[in-house]
Design a protein around this ligand. Structure first.
Ligand code: SAH
Length: 697
């Protein structure tokens, strides 16, 4: 079997697919997996254990043997819980080979080999019968196949199949049921992730307003779930328009249907406002009576109960197809449509004097098709990018910087993906403006989107789109002129880590011969910054678990550690830190600079040094980010915005992911009179565009 691993090349901006051989052992997947996070999720584990014990007892009370089917066993944890609760036998199914192998070892180490059979198959391939994988159907069904959207990992088809072929009728299920909750809200912040707001530009000849094309206004967007740590969203950033409403439930102890369907509830807004967003989360009852409940409810819903931090289950943000003004007390219908793997929402107003019969009629116009982006912007820009483009204070910095460098005779080329800079440059008086949007996968159609955008603003003949890659730029593209101002944000859709946007530097290098002698490059430079931090919670996702609910899972810890140390796996990973609170333990430090006025050098850029730990705390890792120096005294940071108080709490750019390098061991800094120092070496390989780093504590 061949495995292909996709990765963007930061020196060309293109996706490349590397073929891995037979022996590809999924180090990257294991190193970045959520297993550690699940094992640290105490609330989840305790409740599963309670639910499993209760289910085993109910079966035993009926005088039956307890035969367990654990679909997606992972480390084998839930099967071991069942075995210790007295189950007679467990079939532990796991499709992911490295995990199935780990489960065998963990089960053996904990002394359950005679009670648990690990089967490395997808559950739909499992056979039942005297020669089958399972001797007989199970009477207890245990699974943990849920994602933040509940059904995104295929729980429904898996349950549907299991009820048909693998479990007895009337079986016990842990969890017994899942319920999805919703709340209607208005939020300019979250709405700015879905649509482009008009951009105001103070030009020489008055204010100009840039408007999005009409297709964008009414575009339903993309069906992919927007899952976030809603607990990090301050209540001042949204306003709730409805109470929390139960949208739908799934009873896992009965046959489950995965076919597309919809659910509809009636709502009465508790406040008038603009309905834009449906916030959603779920809970699971581990038992039929609902005494053992595990909930993802955000902070404002259950303010008294202690919140369990977890990253494998968060909350969902759904964007309504269009903004709908609603009045307090008016009658609304909210519809959740779903297919096998995803959910989307629709809001309708009840018609005047509507009764039950009309309601039936209403069902006819319920859309069953999942949202498909028609305007193409949602294929080009992801949600944080929409947020970034809607960030007026950021736009103003670019305007200020452009004003400094543009002249009436400027010939301007912009290289960035789907950037508004060319339009800003035009309004600010550049004579000739051209832009390159580097469409680098089959999915994106930036030129067509851009045409529509220019058309909506009557700029078709003002800004020229060059459909060539930088290295293929010809003088004719530029009407035989030299570029006097080269601009970029820089932003490229394929960038994963902050420094991947240095592709701008490579593109700038490729177009060098087209630059005028005294050409300006904006940004003029970039710098890489670093800070040592203590995470409030994020450390859990990469930290060993040891013993979980009495079971030794160190085999899993070792496996993750091996994978982290394997080849290039030991590298920084992207995380949007506004969702993951941390405090700074060191001062932020500039570690490398990249001079865009010059071409990319042949040699590597390296640095080494040390950072002092100035605050008491646990050093979990280093955070790295880029800052772009647009023009003298005007910079934008894609990372730290500020350290907000004495305690060192950090505020991060809400639109960008930062790079996190987790230390393999944690040091506790205590003595501040003689601060501990962390030494580092950082190397930017100009051939690959990647940054390698090492830290010594
Ligand atoms: N049960 C473990 C792990 C849960 S993660 C625990 O609770 O800690 C879910 C696991 O299910 C993953 O390892 C995934 O590979 C596996 N999986 C998902 N769907 C499956 C299916 N239909 N058949 C077999 N394994 C599946």
């Amino acid at each position: 079997m061949k495995t292909f691993c996709g990765r963007a090349n930061p020196t060309t901006g293109s996706m490349e697919w590397l073929e891995e051989g037979e022996d590809y052992d999924y180090h990257q997947e294991i190193a970045r997996s959520r297993y550690a996070d699940m094992l640290h999720d105490k609330d989840r584990n305790v409740k599963y254990y309670q639910g499993i014990r209760a289910a085993v007892s109910r079966v035993k009370e009926r005088g039956e043997k307890a035969i367990v089917l654990d679909i997606g066993t992972g480390t084998g944890l839930l099967s071991m819980m069942a075995a210790s609760a007295g189950a007679d036998f467990c079939y532990a199914i796991e499709v992911f080979k490295p995990m199935a192998n780990a489960a065998v070892k963990i089960v053996e180490k904990n002394g359950f080999s005679d009670k648990i059979k690990v089967i490395n198959k997808h559950s739909t391939e499992v056979t039942v019968g005297p020669d089958g994988d399972m001797e007989c159907r199970a009477n207890i069904l245990v699974t943990e196949l849920f994602d933040t959207e509940l059904i995104g990992e295929g729980a429904l088809p898996t349950y549907e199949h299991a009820h048909k072929y693998l479990v007895q009728e009337g079986c016990e299920a842990v969890p017994h049921r899942a319920t999805v909750y919703v709340q209607l809200v208005e939020s300019r912040r979250m709405w700015s992730w879905k649509k482009l707001f008009p951009v105001h530009i103070e030009a020489e000849d008055g204010e100009k307003i840039l408007i999005p094309p009409s297709e964008m206004e009414n575009c339903p967007g993309v069906p992919s779930v927007c899952d976030i740590q809603l607990n990090q969203m301050p209540s001042s950033d949204f306003s709730t328009l409805s109470d929390v409403v139960t949208m739908f439930s799934v009873d896992f102890s009965k046959p489950v249907q995965s076919a597309s369907t919809y659910y509809r509830v009636q709502l009465e807004p508790v406040k008038s406002g603009k309905a834009q967003i449906v916030l959603s989360w779920w809970d699971i009852d581990m038992d039929p009576l609902g005494m053992i409940n595990c909930t993802m409810a955000p902070y404002w819903v259950k303010p008294t109960s202690a919140l369990q931090w977890r990253d494998h289950w968060m909350q969902c943000v759904y964007f309504l197809p269009r903004e709908e003004p609603v009045l307090q007390g008016e009658k609304l219908y909210l519809t959740a449509c779903r297919d096998e793997y995803s959910v989307w929402y629709n809001l309708q107003k009840a018609r005047e004097g509507e009764n039950k019969a009309d309601e039936e009629e209403h069902k006819a116009d319920v859309p069953v098709e999942s949202p498909v982006c028609r305007c193409r912007a949602h294929l080009l820009w992801n949600r944080p990018r929409f947020g970034e483009l809607n960030d007026q204070s950021r736009t103003h910095r670019y305007i200020k910087a452009l004003r400094k460098v543009l002249k009436t005779d400027s010939v301007c080329l912009c290289i960035s993906d789907g950037s508004l800079l060319p339009v800003l440059a035009h309004y600010l008086g550049a004579k000739q403006v051209q832009c390159m949007h580097l469409s680098r996968t089959d999915l994106y159609h930036p030129h067509e989107l851009w045409q529509a955008f220019l058309k909506a603003n009557n700029l078709e003949d003002k800004i020229k789109i060059i459909e060539a890659r930088p290295e293929l730029l010809k003088p004719s593209h530029l009407e035989d002129k030299k570029i006097s101002v080269l601009v970029g944000e820089p932003f490229f859709t394929t960038s994963l880590l902050p420094w991947h946007n240095l592709y701008f530097w490579y593109a700038r290098t490729a177009v060098s011969t087209h630059l005028a002698n005294n050409a300006t490059v904006l940004p003029q430079s970039a710098s890489l910054h670093m800070m040592i931090v203590e995470f409030q919670d994020l450390w859990r996702i990469r930290s060993p678990c040891g013993i979980c609910e009495g079971f030794d899972v160190r085999t899993m810890d070792d496996m993750i550690k091996d994978s982290l140390n394997f080849r290039e796996s030991k590298e920084a990973e992207p995380h949007p830190l506004w969702e993951y609170p941390c405090k700074s333990l060191s001062d932020p430090q500039e570690v490398l600079t990249f001079d865009f006025t010059k071409t990319v050098p042949q040699h590597c850029l390296s640095t080494e040094g040390s950072v002092k730990l100035l605050r008491k705390g646990k050093s979990h890792g280093a955070v790295l980010w880029m800052e772009y120096h647009l023009a003298a005294d005007i910079s934008v940071s894609t990372g730290l915005m500020q350290v907000s108080n004495e305690k060192g709490n950090c505020e991060w750019n809400p639109h960008c992911k930062q790079a996190v390098y987790f230390f393999s061991s944690v040091i506790e800094s205590e003595i501040l009179s003689d601060p501990t120092a962390v030494t580092y070496t950082i190397n930017f390989d100009t051939k690959t565009g990647e940054i390698a780093m090492d830290f010594k504590l």
